[in-house]
Design a protein around this ligand. Structure first.
Ligand code: HEC
Length: 230
């Protein structure tokens, strides 16, 4: 009995060792490309890094406004943003109040720039009321077989580019607010070079992280497919 147990334990240990060493030597299938993680965002949660930060930076961190070295305060990262927030209390938060003001000249971004959309303001409110944490999830809807303008391309441009590339004075004199404007910019070749951060192009989105591998890949595939309006 004792021998059997010992043998069993020994056999198990050997088995575990064998399996774990087999795992360790598994080849890196994905090679040079970063791994593609599944979308793990919870629909009921607002995530700071993917849903709040990109548009806030692009709407507020424009040269001469709230960029580093700009006017009164900086809006560039979590610390600078949470400083203007009372976690759990959107209605008492400076950030929420200032993007909601009814007088266009006192609102941020101020007139003649467009106000932030109601949908985005509602997200900011929810994020603050959920505790204003520096949370993040992988929002990549990394479908590379059926990339479409409406599900993959336009939402990324809305969230990551339109804060600067819209309104009466769009950055770089470039508007990216609809299909025609986006395709027009792609046809110059600058759009893809900019999001790929190729040398000789202006790296976009300006002052932010590069888009994920998955998002850039979807732009490439959609452009290769002839930029269908689907
Ligand atoms: C924070 C503001 C900001 C954001 C966000 C932003 N841009 Fe720009 N973009 C600029 C400015 C400013 C310029 C003018 C060139 C410069 O000053 O770098 C520009 C220029 C460009 C150009 C012309 C580049 C060239 O070589 O002339 C393209 C294309 C472009 N942006 C695409 C995008 C795309 C696509 C996104 C979103 C993924 C984006 N931008 C996000 C501010 C921004």
């Amino acid at each position: 009995m004792r021998v059997t147990l010992k043998t069993l334990i020994l056999a198990c240990t050997m088995g575990v060792l064998l399996i774990s060493s087999a795992c360790r030597h598994e080849p890196d299938i994905i090679g040079a490309n970063p791994p593609i993680l599944p979308n793990n965002c919870n629909q009921d949660t607002v995530y700071f890094r993917t849903e709040i930060l990109p548009l806030l930076v692009s709407s507020c961190a424009v040269t001469g406004c709230h960029d580093v070295g700009g006017e009164s305060f900086t809006i560039s990262d979590y610390a600078s943003i949470v400083d203007k927030v009372k976690p759990g209390k959107a209605s008492k938060s400076e950030l929420y109040k200032i993007i909601n003001r009814s007088i266009p000249e006192l609102r941020m971004p101020p007139a003649p720039r467009q106000p932030l959309s109601q949908a985005y303001i509602a997200k900011v409110e929810k994020w603050i009321n959920q505790g204003a944490i520096n949370n993040e999830c992988n929002d990549d809807n990394c479908d590379t077989l059926a990339v479409s303008f409406s599900s993959h391309i336009f939402p990324v441009v809305q969230n990551y580019c339109q804060g600067c590339h819209s309104g009466n004075a769009p950055s770089g004199d470039l508007k990216l607010t609809n299909y025609g404007e986006i395709v027009n910019s792609i046809s110059t070749g600058k759009f893809l070079g900019s999001i790929q951060h190729l040398s000789g192009y202006k790296a976009m989105p300006k002052n932010s992280d590069k888009l994920s591998y998955c998002k850039i890949r979807q732009f490439e595939l959609w452009i290769d497919a002839g930029t269908p309006e689907n």
